[in-house]
Design a binder for this molecule. Structure first.
Ligand code: NAD
Length: 354
């Protein structure tokens, strides 16, 4: 059996993870997946029960599992909890505890949803890209100083640093991801200004010989931000550091039309974690209106990257696309001429199309 740890978390987390588990269970027999599910607490729910947002039992279970399916954490109920015990600390704890060094965010604009994008339909139709972001290094994890005073002037600073092994690890994953797709990789840096970016570029180029079947190009981050808005179709896989990846992946996510649709994978040294990119959406929790597709598509990524079940992953993606093409929508993406369904009902439509 292959063990999947399910962490629903808070807010809409329970509804959306339950939808994704139902989809996985429906596929189990057809593809002989032999999945076993175990549910654990994290976030505000865990704080209420155990006084901590990430109980040791949850982290330990994740470390020995085949993969983790995560909903979302957080909510106004825990606004006044002290900073180190806030629900969102569970995410940082899981990243650190599982060594989640890479975040993969695919952005695919489906024909049925081109009108939901803030960009013009002729620019977004056919967009299908993945951003591979380094997740545990760079300026977010460098030394910092909140305040120092020299000659009467206050200053703060954050240090960006990357090592060759850190860049090699993420670049290798990005090349391998490109190989599974259209074999095109764009590395994004700021090598015209930053020393860390020049090391990044040298390291990427040095690895390129081992992946000569993948076409590689480099872009400065400012140009990449612009290209994502004017010609996003040119991209297949983008690899970049932690800070640039944080910004570019949010920019790219809006191209798709709704954050409810967007999946992600955080690849780890021990176990990898799969979650939608949105938060716990307390404003719509418990109303059966949340869009479960981001989580269901995250489950497809789980099958692809952790269990190497490519056919099963594609089956889920095709079922989601067909459901949308047939005109079924949740409230966040509903428009004239489409049929609005709740979380449970649209999940049933997806399962019917597997
Ligand atoms: P959010 O992503 O939860 O919600 C933003 C808006 O998008 C809301 O209007 C919400 O209703 C809508 N939305 C989000 N997911 C949706 C879905 N699946 N279907 C339909 N609509 C959806 O962001 P927020 O409101 O800024 O944050 C709410 C809480 O979530 C906060 O406590 C925040 O810290 C937390 N958060 C958690 C994660 C995580 O667990 N990975 C990520 C981001 C935010």
């Amino acid at each position: 059996m292959r063990k999947i740890i399910v962490i629903p978390g808070d807010g809409i987390g329970t509804e959306i993870t339950s939808a994704a588990v139902d989809v996985l269970k429906s596929l189990d027999k057809k593809f002989s997946l032999e999945l076993e599910f175990e549910t654990h607490d994290a976030g505000g729910t865990a704080y209420d029960k155990f006084g901590t947002p990430l109980p040791d039992s949850t982290l330990d279970a994740c470390k020995t599992a085949d993969a983790v399916l995560f909903g979302a954490v957080g909510g106004t109920k825990w606004d006044n909890v002290e900073a180190k015990l806030r629900p969102e600390k569970a995410i940082l704890g899981l990243r650190k505890g599982l060594g989640l060094y890479a975040n993969l965010r695919p952005v695919k604009v489906l024909d049925a949803l081109v009108d939901n994008s803030p960009l013009k339909p002729n620019l977004v139709g056919g967009v299908d890209l993945v951003i591979v972001r380094e997740l545990v290094g760079g300026i977010y994890f460098g030394e910092r100083c909140e305040s120092e005073i020299n000659d009467g002037v206050e200053r703060a600073w954050d240090l960006e640093n990357y090592s060759v092994p850190e860049v090699e690890r993420i670049t290798k994953l990005a090349f391998e991801t490109a190989r599974l797709r259209r074999s095109k990789l764009t590395s994004v840096d700021k090598a015209n200004v930053l020393a860390t970016s020049r090391l990044w570029r040298r390291t990427v180029n040095a690895l390129a010989d081992r992946f000569s079947d993948v076409e590689l190009n480099h872009l400065y981050v400012d140009n990449c931000a612009m290209q994502l808005a004017v010609n996003p179709k040119q991209f297949d896989v983008i690899v970049t550091g932690n800070l640039f990846g944080d910004i570019l992946s949010d920019e790219a996510a809006v191209i798709g039309g709704s954050i409810g649709l967007m999946p992600s994978a955080s690849i780890g040294e021990l176990t990898s974690l799969y979650e939608p990119i949105h938060g716990s959406a307390p404003d719509i929790a418990g109303k059966n209106i949340a869009n479960p597709m981001g989580t269901i598509l995250s489950a497809a990524m789980l099958l692809r990257y952790s269990l190497h079940e490519e056919d099963a992953a594609r089956t889920i993606e095709a079922a989601v696309e067909k459901t949308l093409a047939d005109g079924f929508r949740t409230a966040d993406i509903c428009s004239e001429g489409t049929t609005k369904l709740g979380t449970v009902e649209i999940t049933k439509e997806i399962i019917n199309r597997l």
